[in-house]
Design a binder for this molecule. Structure first.
Ligand code: NAP
Length: 199
């Protein structure tokens, strides 16, 4: 698959490496593609060339780039990795009053939004997948069945086990403040915790 990743930070680079190893054609999109120590394209080039797009940008970078994101072809599957975190009573919470994926889907009604990888810490993302492949669960959520299937396929390609938590309205479990964030679970433990099923 031609996979575009917007954002070249810890999540973007880590997932880029994992997905490339599984044979996907991965394009990383940067604000400054000429300055990165690895090949990158502009955000617009990645949007134009990709079959599926992962949003690995800080939450605060999404609205300033919304005009660009609205150039995504209708029906494109967009996997939202972004979190907006605040601290309340010493605990991490989402700063939004709705699931992050629902928020992004309302801004981008032309695409099919899925949510995945948001509860995985960047520090563990590559090591768990490479040292213990096909072992740890990654929760996925989407309203659209094809988007859910593609998110599940990419999770498998990254050498994790996808567990579906349902649609975007159920996806707050993998947002900050949800029971999965920021933890790793074995698939059965995740299913017991949130009632998810194999994706
Ligand atoms: N870190 C984690 O453990 C973790 C886990 C799950 C989810 N997440 C979420 O995943 C997203 C990415 O996290 P990360 O840890 O990879 O972040 P990061 O290391 O800070 O990287 C984010 C990247 O986004 C790009 N960027 C930053 N500001 C931008 C702007 N104003 N406009 C366009 N692009 C901008 C930058 O790439 P360029 O400089 O190349 O443009 C930057 O490298 C965040 O929303 C985060 O909450 C993080």
């Amino acid at each position: 698959m031609k996979v575009g990743i917007l954002g070249t930070g810890r999540m973007g680079q880590g997932l880029g490496d994992l997905l490339r190893r599984s044979g996907h054609e991965v394009m990383l999109g940067s604000r400054t593609p000429g300055d990165t120590p690895f090949p990158a394209l502009s955000l617009g080039e990645v949007i134009a060339r990709s079959e599926v797009v992962l949003v690995a940008l800080p939450h605060i970078a999404i609205e300033p780039n919304i005009a660009l994101l609205r150039t995504l072809a209708p029906g494109t599957v967009v996997i939202d990795l972004a979190n907006e975190v605040r601290v309340e009573d010493g605990r991490l919470r989402s700063a939004l009053d709705e699931p992050h994926g629902r928020w992004l889907a309302s801004l981008l009604p032309q695409v099919r939004v899925a949510r995945a990888f948001t509860h995985v810490q960047a520090e563990l993302l590559v090591s768990r997948a490479t040292r213990q492949p096909d072992t740890w669960a990654v929760a996925v959520a989407a309203d659209d069945a094809d988007a859910l299937a593609i998110a599940g396929e990419l999770v498998r390609s990254a050498r994790y086990v996808p567990v579906s938590v349902g649609g975007l309205d159920q996806s707050s479990v993998l947002d900050p403040g949800g029971p999965l964030f920021p933890n790793m679970y074995l698939p059965g433990d995740m299913q017991d915790l949130i009632g998810g099923k194999d994706a």
